[in-house]
Design a protein around this ligand. Structure first.
Ligand code: AMP
Ligand code: MG
Length: 408
């Protein structure tokens, strides 16, 4: 059976980065940039006033202090100045407007004597009028041709804004994968059905769909396949049209655990079955490789927490690789345990935890977790920590590796 490390490395070896596409800027948040972009024009694109006030030539003030100047015009944002600022001249100017030729300073409106009724003159009361004050020169923020944004950037609102500033209306992005989600089991009821003897509700489908969405991929829910070959086969055929197919349940050793054999019958080659870990040991991974299309398939264990953990550890890694991430492996950080905890058995355990920031470091508080079927307790967790097999219990203050589920 593979170790977690080997399983992750195997997944990274098989999954390839998605094709590049273009996404309209308005829909680009949560997409990954597919190209390195360079700055297409200077920012700001012209010499720009940073204040409402008067544009003047600072040289005028070298000798005389207070001066009354002739007002040539008013320059508002978005208009083009027409008058040159020569001796004894000023132009009224608004924030964001082009600084007129001949001016090298904007004196804020608060520092002048100005009467709207006599708007042809302004008296500058400032003692010192510094060259370049309140002017943002063309290109000081970014110069044409400089690097703007790196391929692999996950686009957040600030990136969307920068792309808008530089006129990138169609953004080169990595295609978001489609991820089909198929729950299996004769016992499963939908969320709106009352309980019946021997039956439980299908919690894995909504869970996996929302995990797919959190990972910035497109979920394709396929409902439930019953534990018979015909129903499984038709649902699997449908799921294999997506870039990824996630099945839950039917991968263990039960008499109706038909998923591995039905996947193989559908042409999906098994890459591995079984990982040395808890929860999640029965995990199945394979690939359908057709001429035009590849689908990577995860058979996730049916127990809800096993499915959840396997998604966060393995499926997320595959999705990061598909998205072109430079660091697709799960990002674990050291965290200090707040409580003692005993580890039983020979397998590493991914234990649901409440992670919180404490001073410079992170703290991990294990939730009261009753094993792979105990979904309820995960509502108190926001991540998991890795507990390795060892003879003695972990003590409060021990450092463990923690994975935050909300981290990208
Ligand atoms: P299986 O791997 O199919 O044997 O399922 C293992 C356990 O997980 C069983 O107790 C199932 O009832 C449960 N289970 C399987 N699928 C789901 C699901 N979609 N939602 C909730 N529990 C499930
Ligand atoms: Mg089952």
């Amino acid at each position: 059976m593979l170790t977690v490390e080997d399983a992750l490395a195997t997944i990274l070896n098989h999954v390839v980065t998605g094709a590049a596409t273009v996404t309209p800027l308005a829909e680009s948040r949560h997409h990954v940039l597919a190209d390195d972009l360079t700055t297409p024009h200077d920012s700001p694109p012209f010499d720009k006033s940073m204040m409402d006030g008067f544009a003047v030539a600072s040289g005028e003030f070298d000798t005389a202090g207070k001066q009354t100047l002739k007002v040539m015009e008013t320059i508002t944002a978005g208009t083009i100045p027409t008058a040159l600022i020569g001796p004894q001249a000023a132009s009224r100017i608004m924030t964001g407007a082009i600084v007129p030729q001949g001016a090298n300073c904007v004196v804020p409106i608060e520092r002048v004597e100005f009467d709207e009724a006599a708007s042809h003159h302004v008296t500058i009361t400032d003692e010192v009028v510094n060259p370049e004050a309140n002017i943002l020169r063309q290109g000081v923020l970014a110069k044409t041709g400089q690097p703007l944004m790196k391929s692999g950037t996950l686009l957040a609102p600030q990136h969307v804004a920068v792309l808008a500033e530089f006129g990138v209306a169609q953004v080169p992005t990595v295609q978001q994968p489609t991820v089909a989600v198929l729950a299996t089991g004769d016992e499963l009821l939908s969320v709106d059905q009352p309980l019946m003897p021997g039956r439980i509700r299908n919690s894995n489908e909504p869970m996996l769909v929302s995990q797919v969405q959190r990972a910035n991929a497109k979920a394709v829910p396929l409902g439930v396949a019953r534990d018979n070959r015909e129903d499984l086969r038709s649902h699997i055929t449908e799921g294999l049209r997506s870039d990824f197919l996630l099945l839950s349940g039917g991968v263990s050793a039960g008499t109706l655990d038909l998923v591995p054999s039905e996947l193989k019958a559908a042409g999906v080659a098994e890459i591995f079955h079984g990982v040395q870990m808890k929860p999640g040991k029965p995990l199945w991974f394979g690939r359908l490789k057709a001429t035009e299309h590849t689908c990577w398939v995860f058979g996730l264990p049916g127990n809800p927490v096993s499915s959840m953990v396997c998604f966060e550890l393995f499926v997320r890694t595959a999705l990061r690789k598909f998205a072109g991430s430079n660091s697709p492996m799960p990002q674990s950080r050291p965290a200090r345990l707040t409580e003692s905890i005993t580890v039983k058995g020979p397998r590493p355990i991914y234990f649901p935890c409440k992670l919180s920031a404490a001073d410079a470091e992170m703290q991990a508080t294990p939730v009261a977790w009753g094993g792979s079927a105990d979904l309820r307790s995960t509502a108190d967790a926001n991540g998991m920590c890795l507990l390795l097999p060892r003879a003695n219990a972990y003590a409060p203050g021990d450092t463990v590796a923690a994975i935050d589920w909300s981290a990208m």
